[in-house]
Design a binder for this molecule. Structure first.
Ligand code: PLP
Length: 363
């Protein structure tokens, strides 16, 4: 990224001089890497400030474009707030939204999705991988169903990109949201894939101006961030499959430690899941106190990072059918590329120790 802050300082949209061309070349390369990662055409990518903006552009953009065909949208109760909040906003404008429930394993019931489809359904939005419990929804089957019914299919793939294979053709995905910082890239940069043929998706822009990004997202492109995004994706794809195998074995090792505690519940299916995610709820502990005890040694959270200031129980854990008390005693573990077996054992021991002492203190 560094040379794009200084040496290659041109505006990538300035095509009248060499300064612009240098910046444009950096962007083109990132666009190619991203397109390759999801089997898309580079021109089908729209750079945004992150997955929040990509989700807003996808959901509001489709609602505005297709409302003459219908005003019904289907999504899932466990989606990220960057999908749920735009849907709730659209309800205030007269759209109807079906929020599908999930099973105790965090997965949607495919038959319920089929039943929810109506003649006026214009959009189905289902995330590829959940940000709290790592559960992988059956994206390929959902895409096929949507295309059979000529409904636009959007997936929030912020957590899936660089961790599991994604293919917008094979999976019949029309819109796909991404963000760089979930795969070691810079914060504040993301992209939306918008299908250009079979079908050609019509998206109403949400930011108007100088018509950058084919008019779908005006504003000067953030060249250094985009270059960093491309490089992060390139690195994440390198050895992705092998990394998933070793992360899964470390994650299962951590679960092996924690499962020895009485009253521990795994949140989300263990198989249909990102390799680096573990999420548990523990009976008889105060989640906030437990986190406070651990946080000087382990970077843990109860739910999503964005809602970590809130004391409300996670809507994702509640959707699994957990009580408020259990939902509030939740720990989310995210393993990184450099997490070692020694660290896993140390964290496992520390959590067991902290839970035991909390239970002793409880009146
Ligand atoms: C992090 C995340 C987002 C939001 O991404 P930003 O880059 O912070 O806008 C949206 N959806 C999911 C599933 C996420 O994990």
């Amino acid at each position: 990224m560094l040379p794009y802050f200084t040496d290659y300082f041109g505006n990538p949209s300035s095509l009248n001089h060499a300064y612009g061309w240098e910046a444009e070349a950096g962007i083109d390369q990132a666009r190619k890497i991203l397109a390759g990662a999801i089997n898309a055409d580079p021109v089908e990518l729209i750079f945004t400030s992150g997955a929040t903006e990509a989700n807003n552009l996808a959901i509001k953009g489709i609602a505005e474009s297709y409302m003459a065909d219908g005003k019904h949208i289907i999504t899932v109760q466990t989606e990220h707030s960057a999908v749920l909040a735009p849907c709730r906003y659209l309800e205030t404008l007269g759209f109807e939204v079906t929020y599908l429930a999930v099973g105790a394993d965090g997965l949607i019931d495919f038959a319920k999705l089929v039943q929810a489809i109506r003649p006026d359904t214009i959009l189905v939005s289902v995330m590829a991988a959940n940000n709290e419990i790592g559960v992988l929804q059956p994206i390929q089957a959902i895409g096929k169903l949507c295309h059979q019914h000529q409904i636009i299919f959007h997936t929030d793939a912020a957590q899936a990109l660089g961790k599991i294979p994604l293919d917008v053709q094979a999976m019949n995905i029309d819109l796909l949201s991404m963000t760089a910082h979930k795969l070691y890239g810079p914060k504040g940069i993301g992209a939306l894939y918008v299908r250009r043929r079979d079908p050609r998706v019509q998206l109403a822009p949400q930011i108007h101006g100088g018509e950058q990004e084919r008019g779908l997202r005006s504003g000067t492109l953030n060249t250094p961030q985009i270059v960093g995004f491309g490089e992060a994706v390139r690195l994440a794809l390198e050895g992705m499959t092998e990394r998933a195998v070793s992360l899964k074995s470390l994650r299962d090792r951590l679960w092996g430690h924690l499962a020895t505690l009485p009253g521990v519940h795994l949140n989300g299916d263990l198989e249909q899941r990102l390799a680096n995610n573990l999420n548990i709820s523990i009976e008889g502990v105060n989640g906030a106190a437990l986190l406070a005890n651990l946080q000087s040694e382990v970077a843990l959270s109860a739910g999503s990072a964005c809602s970590s200031a809130s004391l409300a129980p996670s809507h994702v854990i509640k959707a699994l059918g957990r009580s408020d008390a259990l939902a509030q005693a939740t720990l989310r573990f995210g393993l990184g590329h450099e997490t070692s077996a020694e660290e896993i054992d140390r964290v496992g021991d520390r959590v067991l120790q902290a839970v035991r002492s909390h239970r002793l203190l409880k009146p």
